[in-house]
Ligand binder design. Structure first.
Ligand SMILES: Cc1cc2nc3c(=O)[nH]c(=O)nc-3n(C[C@H](O)[C@H](O)[C@H](O)COP(=O)(O)OP(=O)(O)OC[C@H]3O[C@@H](n4cnc5c(N)ncnc54)[C@H](O)[C@@H]3O)c2cc1C
Length: 444
């Protein structure tokens, strides 16, 4: 009999996995709470296009995308900016979020995937240790495997019984609140950098970007705390001092949303269940890009499912999805999540020192959506020694860096020893080691 797979939520990785599994002969249905044609946000997104090929998805038509500008990173005082140098063959593409969705959905439907819109998923259906389906506003649906692509606040993941051992939700410091809007262009003033990213501007822990496009200015404000529209207006006024093209009228977007910026889920699978995309916290921790990683994960998950020829879909057979995800991507992302915790503790003066003293440079600021680990940051021995000496000259950093270094080493160490085969004890011991790398008490 044809085996049934449910994809809960039309997340990017979920719909990409649905397409591959449907093509391979499974009966796949996606349940999405939004209405047909309303998915995505009213803005553009950036991701590495090789992820599409990896997931067996064709490139969108050339009129739908353009190549992204390099970003220039600044400290709070904006004394000096470091521009990324993304090589030509690694350039990311920029396209409307709704066009990304349309492209993925059309491909999945052409592979035989069924999509049920306007259907809110409420929780998993569970018998014993196994997920057997989903409870939705339109009734209960059963399947041999549930793929959870409901995003960061998935009601499937967060309503799994605690005994399954899967973390329920991100902590406050593990997600960033984003306000993003396109503003009118206030002037034709020349811009020093077309895509400016600023860390800890105004001394506030977070990141902001101002991208000066031909017809509008794209503003993003991200913080590890809640904020409201009054604060957006106050902060935008500060940014206007160094970004005269940033107008005051919102022409598109203008929403608050959240992105996970933490380590991948310590347990992505259990009997009858696998999490993908934001539901498994697959974003690049510092910059929040998650599309490319979700698409790549879809192939790893599909290969795992196809390798389970007896269609058991239990934690033993699904474990190689998590193992291979960590080998390919998670082992690079997790140390970055540990490094991100340092950013939460830095003051504006310290970040300015890092920029002004040259502790970072244009090579090591080149982080993109296909970033797969700290080792990708271009450093050599002389570079490391020079940077070490600069840290020694600045005692506040000297005090903060050892604990950060320890966390990063723990994360690298844990990822290196992720068990290849599942056993309850091996998973329990590994999770303990992995989670220890991210223990963090926010100061202040
Ligand atoms: C402002 C912003 C900018 C971003 N920019 C980029 C970028 O430039 N590049 C990049 O790579 N990434 C970017 N990201 C991150 C990226 O969107 C995600 O990492 C990526 O989409 C993977 O998430 P997902 O598809 O798994 O989940 P989501 O995008 O959250 O999708 C989840 C889906 O499940 C549906 N759903 C949720 N709950 C339910 C429910 N109860 N019942 C039924 N359906 C449900 C939702 O409607 C949605 O369709 C950005 C995110 C934000 C918020």
């Amino acid at each position: 009999m044809e085996k049934k797979i449910i994809v809960a939520g039309l997340g990017h990785g979920g719909i990409a996995a649905a397409a591959q599994l449907s093509k391979a002969g499974f009966d796949v249905t996606v349940y999405e709470m939004k209405s047909e044609g309303t998915l995505g946000y009213d803005w553009t997104d950036i991701f590495a296009p090789d992820a599409l090929a990896y997931a067996g998805i064709p490139m969108p038509s050339p009129d739908k995308f353009e190549y992204k500008e390099n970003m220039t990173f600044f400290g709070p005082s904006e004394h000096i900016g470091y521009c990324q140098h993304v090589p030509q063959d690694k350039l990311e593409i920029k396209l409307e979020r709704r066009d990304i969705y349309e492209h993925l959905i059309n491909h999945a439907v052409s592979c035989g995937v069924k999509i049920v819109y306007d259907c809110k998923v409420l929780s998993p259906l569970v018998i014993g240790s196994r997920v057997i389906g989903i409870k939705t506003e339109k009734g209960d649906f059963y399947a041999d495997l549930v793929i959870d692509a409901c995003g960061m606040n998935s009601p499937v993941r967060s309503n799994l019984p605690s005994a399954f051992g899967i973390e329920k939700g991100p902590l406050r410091h593990e997600k960033i609140t984003i306000f993003r809007a396109f503003y009118n262009k206030a002037s034709d003033a020349e811009v020093e950098a077309k895509f400016k990213v600023c860390l800890l501007k105004d001394g506030i822990t977070g990141v902001s970007w101002v991208a000066s496009e031909d017809d509008y200015t794209d503003l993003l404000i991200g913080r590890f705390a809640d904020f409201d529209i009054d604060e957006v207006n106050r902060f935008a006024d500060i940014l206007r001092k160094t970004n005269p093209r940033l107008g005051t009228e919102i022409v598109r977007g203008g929403q608050f949303v959240e992105i996970p910026t933490r380590q991948p889920l310590s347990q992505m699978v259990c009997d009858g269940y696998a999490a993908i995309g934001d539901s498994a916290f697959m974003t690049v921790p510092v910059i929040g890009s998650g599309i490319a990683n979700s698409l790549k994960a879809s192939r790893i998950l599909t290969e795992t499912v196809l390798a389970d020829t007896a269609c058991l879909f239990n934690i033993e057979t699904l474990w190689s999805y998590q193992y291979n995800y960590f080998k390919m991507l998670g082992s690079g992302l997790a140390p970055l999540a540990a490094a991100k915790l340092l950013l939460l503790d830095l003051t504006a003066d310290e970040v300015d020192y890092i920029f002004d003293s040259g502790m970072i440079n244009e090579d090591n600021i080149t982080i993109g959506s296909d970033f797969t680990g700290l080792t990708k940051i271009n450093t050599n021995l002389t570079d490391i020694i020079t940077k070490g000496m600069r840290v020694c000259k600045y005692p506040p950093l000297l005090r903060k860096l050892p604990s950060s270094g320890l966390r990063i080493s723990k994360a690298i160490g844990a990822c290196a020893v992720i068990p290849k085969r599942y056993s309850p004890d091996a998973l329990k011991n590994w999770k303990k080691m992995y989670e220890a790398a991210f223990r963090y008490n926010r100061k202040g």
